[in-house]
Design a protein around this ligand. Structure first.
Ligand code: 2HA
Ligand code: ZN
Length: 278
């Protein structure tokens, strides 16, 4: 791969990481991105000479056996991907058990996949199954308004989902399943990866309390769009509160009608929990 012949997935990660930086979500080495490569690209990259030995994932993701991923590098800045993709991202291949990976391209200058690699892979494994192979892109990032909500109050998943649906009604259409709120856990640990992936059986976005957000979508545009929409709602909620408080907002019934207008349905478990409290 040379400077003048960047494949589509490299151009996509350049665009998405740049957009994330412009939004103010990617301070220093904050955030990470992974993309499960599509068949047409696998053909090309599987011919690459391996650049490392097999490395243990310290866990297994059998649902991703023999898959290939584009993954941002640990310690690298997402805002620098556009300048030097070959230093700041890499391509890895998983073995036929989903227990080890090796590097095929990138991480020049001595990086390796993100510290959140296992959280990304476990999320991919769950979402690949739940979406019947449709979802390919996982983004973790540090969105200031969503993070601020987790400092404001100890919200439940149902409460934070309602806040987001209600303060930018587009959210009821974009993520009717709601957003899971994961109580604080150590970043980079197996536990946070497992809990995130478990929540992803139902949700496509998981907020990490006092830290950030994880999202899965069909492609980088969709994962970015999910986060963008949720973050905008959190911003509107905060702005309305700065103006003196929220004195007018749609109730669940109206939000359900908006979702239904687009052939969607709000998560019935969350709706039940919210109705039981009112
Ligand atoms: O350093 O965002 O969660 C990258 C991260 C870890
Ligand atoms: Zn983070």
């Amino acid at each position: 791969m040379n400077e003048f012949d960047k494949p589509l997935f490299i151009r996509e990660i350049i665009k998405t990481s740049h957009d994330m930086h412009i939004k103010g979500w990617t301070e220093a080495n904050g955030g990470n991105i992974s993309l499960r490569l599509r068949e047409e690209f696998v053909k090309e990259v599987s011919a690459f000479e391996p650049q490392s030995d097999w490395t243990s994932l310290n866990g297994s993701v059998p649902g991703l056996a023999n898959d290939y991923f584009l993954v941002s590098g640990t310690g690298r800045f997402l805002r620098n991907i556009s300048l030097f993709p070959e230093k700041n991202v890499g391509i890895i291949q998983l073995d036929d058990k989903g227990e080890n990976y090796r590097i095929l391209w990138g991480y020049e200058g001595g990086s390796r996949p993100t510290s959140e690699l296992f959280a990304h892979l476990m999320t991919h494994e769950v979402r690949k199954k739940e979406s019947k192979g449709v979802e390919h892109a996982v983004i973790h990032t540090h969105t200031p308004n969503l993070i601020a909500l987790t400092y404001h109050k100890e919200y439940t998943t149902a409460e934070i989902s309602y806040i987001l649906w209600a303060h930018h009604v587009e959210c009821a259409v974009v993520f009717p399943e709601g957003v899971f709120l994961l109580p604080w856990m150590m970043a980079g640990s197996y536990e946070i990866g497992r809990a995130t992936a478990d929540a992803m059986k139902v949700h496509r976005m998981v907020i990490w309390q006092h830290h950030g957000i994880f999202a899965s979508g069909r492609n980088l545009d969709e994962s970015f769009g999910l986060i963008h929409t949720a973050e905008k709602s959190a911003e509107i909620f905060i702005k309305a509160n700065i103006l003196g408080g929220v004195n007018s907002k749609p109730d669940l019934e109206r939000l359900q009608k908006i979702a239904e207008n687009f052939g969607k349905k709000l998560n019935p478990d969350l709706v039940k929990e919210l109705n039981s409290k009112t």
